[in-house]
Write a protein that binds this ligand. Structure first.
Ligand code: NAD
Length: 308
């Protein structure tokens, strides 16, 4: 089928580009980028994502720092780990795997990451710049960036097109909409209070589906030829699998793939791109720290100013 976007293949290409960049940093400066990955608790899905991120680091030659904390940790303990990584000159990027246990304030912890090490792009300063004309964030959140990268590498035009983003979370839907806006699409955001969503989706040349609702978007909702980037990864019971479940996206793949001009599968679409973009963010910032272009704390001043 010619309309399937192979996220796995695109991500592999990006990872091999990054492997070369890391090798040349090592040759020139004798140093490699470093990524700290913090996980709190024993959630199986989070552990899988963290394992995949660490494995990708190893493959590319990025040094990975691990902090695995128990569910019973206090917020202060997690903050202390983040502060240590903030101060460590060999750590260029810091990622805290979400969700955090319920007794912690996610925003407090994400806001404690140095802006210049915020490889997930969730710090308010990075998000703020993403929304502003004439400003660029240092980091863009990996999942939405992966969605845009897939569109661009598949030569799907964005400028002047109608885009519909389904979902408005801080980590996927909202930044995806902002990125499409920065690239001059006309963007509509749908969410759980949206009425007549099928009518809205039908206007779209580009759909980014990030609602976390299995097979929400039907083929009949789509304009023929539209591109659909499916972020959803929803476990549904499946006795034929040894895990007892399989993953489905937010669109009805059977139906939508008949109508779409381009479509990402789940799994094998956005998922591998998220990790590739995390690696790219890390290599970019690592290269800037290693070459001396970026100094620790250089952007922190702006955070303090804007907090006044
Ligand atoms: P979330 O639950 O934080 O946000 C969901 C958003 O969708 C909300 O804004 C909500 O208003 C909206 N929504 C919910 N039900 C809706 C409905 N019926 N109609 C319209 N809008 C609706 O979820 P999230 O963290 O943004 O993640 C979304 C999905 O993407 C999940 O399936 C998650 O597992 C997946 N995800 C995948 C990756 C990846 O790398 N592939 C990364 C992050 C999240």
């Amino acid at each position: 089928n010619g309309n399937i976007i192979d996220g796995k293949a695109v991500a592999a290409t990006i990872r091999s580009e990054l492997t070369i960049q890391v090798a040349s940093l090592k040759e020139k400066y004798g140093k490699v980028p470093g990524l700290a990955v913090v996980i709190v608790g024993e959630r199986k899905d989070s552990q899988t994502y963290v394992r995949m991120k660490r494995k990708a680091c190893e493959e590319i030659g990025i040094f990975s720092f691990a902090a695995d904390l128990p569910d019973s940790s206090t917020q202060d303990e997690v903050l202390a780990v983040v502060q240590d990584f903030n101060k460590n000159p060999d750590v260029h990027g810091i990622l805290v795997q979400l969700p955090l246990p319920k007794h912690m304030n996610e925003q407090t912890i994400l806001g404690a990451i140095s802006v210049e090490k915020d490889v997930d792009g969730f710090h308010p300063l990075n998000i703020g710049r993403l929304c502003m004309k004439g400003r660029e964030p240092l980091f863009i959140p990996c999942t939405p960036l992966g969605c845009i990268e897939l569109l661009e590498r598949c030569n799907i035009p964005i400028k002047g097109k109608r885009a519909v983003v389904v979902g408005r979370s801080n980590i996927v839907g909202m930044p995806a909409a902002m990125l499409l806006n920065k690239r001059d699409a006309t963007v509509t955001i749908c969410h759980s209070a949206t009425k007549d969503m099928a009518e809205v989706v039908r206007q779209a040349d580009i759909i980014i589906a990030a609602a976390g609702q299995p097979e929400l978007i039907k083929g009949s909702w789509m304009k023929p030829g539209a591109a659909i980037i499916d972020v959803g990864t929803n476990p549904v019971a499946d006795e034929s699998k040894k895990t007892g479940f399989r993953l489905v996206g937010d669109c009805d793949y059977q139906e939508c793939s008949q109508v779409a001009g381009a479509i990402t599968p789940v799994p094998g679409g956005v998922g591998p791109m998220t990790i590739a973009m995390l690696m790219r963010n890390t290599v970019h910032v690592g290269g800037k720290f290693i070459s001396g272009e970026l100094k620790p704390g250089c952007l922190g001043q702006e955070t303090e100013m804007s907090a006044e």
